[in-house]
Design a protein around this ligand. Structure first.
Ligand code: NDP
Length: 270
């Protein structure tokens, strides 16, 4: 019987996850059906339980439900515990396992696909929302020389600094205090979603720097446009991260890791 999976969010129509998982299933010969599921803002738990009752095996979770999924899971992987956010659910007979594959997806995209080794590098992470929380520990685990966390609301960055203190040093600041240059600048804010750009200094990018925007779009985001015109040597959007985090979920569910390169190529061509 075909196993059912879904991505749940609100809104969800734009999601590329069904196309990604369909490509993974074709490639690996797995018999699965994967759909996009819109949950009303106040009906996340009901929608998950209904999908589970109907025979669903697992779900990806996206905005705005990652924290609800973290609370719903009855078991958490270590990385989901740390992130306090869940983007992958796996349904057992008596339990719901929650995982967070965002950080692993980002690190894999940076190091394996883009060939950017994180060890010994100076990193600026912009944003202190769910996406930043999911990637902090996986970034620190690669032993960067320095990790700075900048956020519009400084207090939110401070909370993350204290939450992750056992995993490495995090320097926090607001945009006015940004004076250094960095070898890697990651935009984990929602600014690009609104066509906005945080106030960044012209000296932000060190020689050879990579600018990475977690958001993806057909045209370069305001952040990637700024990077191109202010000295970044390389730019990348979040398509690679999206496909890599999906592959990590697929591997958890199906016990087989798909080849991500052709799927990233496919998404970039549509
Ligand atoms: P949240 O809503 O949890 O966090 C938003 C963050 O963006 C906050 O730190 C907020 O600052 C900041 N922000 C919003 N607007 C601006 C602005 N104009 N200037 C400066 N800072 C701003 O969102 P998420 O963390 O869940 O998502 C962030 C981004 O990451 C989204 O674009 C999302 O699509 C992307 N993403 C991509 C993934 C991928 O696989 N490629 C996976 C997960 C996320 P403040 O605290 O001051 O409000």
């Amino acid at each position: 019987m075909t196993d059912r999976y879904a991505v749940i969010g609100n809104p969800i129509a734009h999601s590329k996850s069904p196309a990604i998982h369909a490509a993974f299933a074709r490639q690996t010969g797995q018999d699965i059906h994967y759909q996009a599921l819109l949950a009303p803002q106040d009906k996340f738990i009901d929608t998950v339980h209904q999908f589970q009752t109907d025979g669903g095996k697992g779900m990806n979770v996206t905005v705005p439900f990652k924290e609800d999924a973290w609370r719903l899971a009855t078991q958490l992987t270590k990385r989901a515990q740390l992130a306090k956010a869940v983007n992958t659910l796996q349904f057992g007979i008596h339990d719901i396992l929650g995982d967070n594959t965002d950080g692993a997806g980002l690190v894999r995209d940076l190091q394996d696909r883009l060939g950017f080794s994180l060890s010994g590098k100076t990193i600026l992470l912009m944003g202190a929302g769910g996406a930043a929380r999911g990637v902090l520990q996986p970034l620190l685990a690669q032993h960067p020389a320095r990790l700075t966390l900048v956020n519009r609301t400084l207090a939110r960055a401070e909370v993350l600094k204290h939450q992750f203190i056992a995993h490495g040093e995090i320097i926090t600041c607001d945009y006015n205090a940004l004076t250094d240059s960095y070898q890697l600048v990651i935009n984990a804010t929602a600014s690009s979603l609104h066509g906005e750009l945080p106030p960044l200094p012209e000296t932000l990018f060190a020689p050879g720097a990579l600018a990475y925007d977690m958001m993806y779009a057909k045209v370069p985001t305001p952040f990637l446009h700024f990077a191109t015109t202010h000295g970044a040597s390389h730019i990348a959007d979040g398509v690679g991260m999206l496909v890599e985090q999906a592959a990590e979920s697929f591997a958890l569910w199906r016990g087989i890791r798909p080849d991500t390169a052709p799927v990233i190529k496919l998404l970039k061509s549509c």
